[in-house]
Design a protein around this ligand. Structure first.
Ligand SMILES: O=P(O)(O)OP(=O)(O)OP(=O)(O)OC[C@H]1O[C@@H](n2cnc3c(O)ncnc32)[C@H](O)[C@@H]1O
Ligand SMILES: [Mg+2]
Length: 197
């Protein structure tokens, strides 16, 4: 089976990638499998910069083509916060604390002003290819409390109006069909023949 290497240590992202790449006949390999000791500092100020840092660092270490994902939640009423700080908004990778911080900051904000989007920048880097990035987004609204148990991160408070459910109420396949991550990967796979030529 063909393999795709993803520069992530996030189990939730790894599951999202599996749901998207399995139907394309790719086995997903992440840093949890092959480089769990490696720490990559995310010093960029944009999703794209951080995705490039992660993809290039792991690609150089392995000598292989690597895909990386830097992503986050932008809440309009919070001026785009938590943005690139999504993973470490309240506590470092503490999903529950991060969710509660968003909900507390939005107390008193009416439903029509609770618009938000997930953003995902995917970078691809490799020994013989020029690094490229692709951005996918997914528009939604922040609920007043959590709903659903699937997914990860802010999924339980992110409502997708078209589906009438939160991201955490979707199966991995349903999420992949509409998510920021799915949309970014679809842009990447469309360009892949040009990138690998
Ligand atoms: O850097 P890696 O190792 O890939 O894993 P990470 O979790 O640190 O990933 P990021 O630096 O890109 O931070 C992304 C954060 O944004 C949030 N996020 C991103 N995509 C999400 C999704 O599909 N559903 C819910 N929350 C998401 C979640 O809090 C993530 O931890
Ligand atoms: Mg990270």
């Amino acid at each position: 089976m063909k393999q795709v290497v993803i520069a992530t240590k996030n189990k939730g992202k790894a599951k999202d990638f599996e749901a998207i790449f399995k139907p394309l006949d790719y086995e997903v390999v992440t840093m949890l499998d092959i480089a769990s000791d490696m720490e990559i500092e995310e010093t960029g100020s944009t999703f794209e910069e951080n995705a490039i840092i992660k993809a290039e660092t792991l690609s150089k270490a392995l000598g292989k083509i690597v895909i990386a994902d830097d992503s986050g939640l932008e809440v309009d009423a919070l001026g785009g916060e938590p943005g690139v700080f999504s993973a470490r908004y309240a506590g470092d990778h503490d999903d529950e604390a991060n969710i509660q911080k968003v909900l507390e900051k939005l107390i008193g904000v009416p439903d029509e002003e609770r618009t938000a989007r997930f953003v995902c920048a995917i970078a691809i880097s490799g020994p013989d290819i020029e690094t490229k990035t692709f951005r996918g987004t997914c528009e939604g609204k922040i609920l007043h409390e959590k709903r659903g148990t699937n997914g990860f991160g802010y999924d339980p408070i992110f409502y997708v109006p078209e589906l009438g459910r939160t991201m955490a109420e979707l199966t991995p396949e349903e999420k992949g069909a509409i998510s920021h991550r799915g949309n970014a990967i679809r842009k990447l796979t469309k360009e892949l023949p040009n990138i690998l030529k």
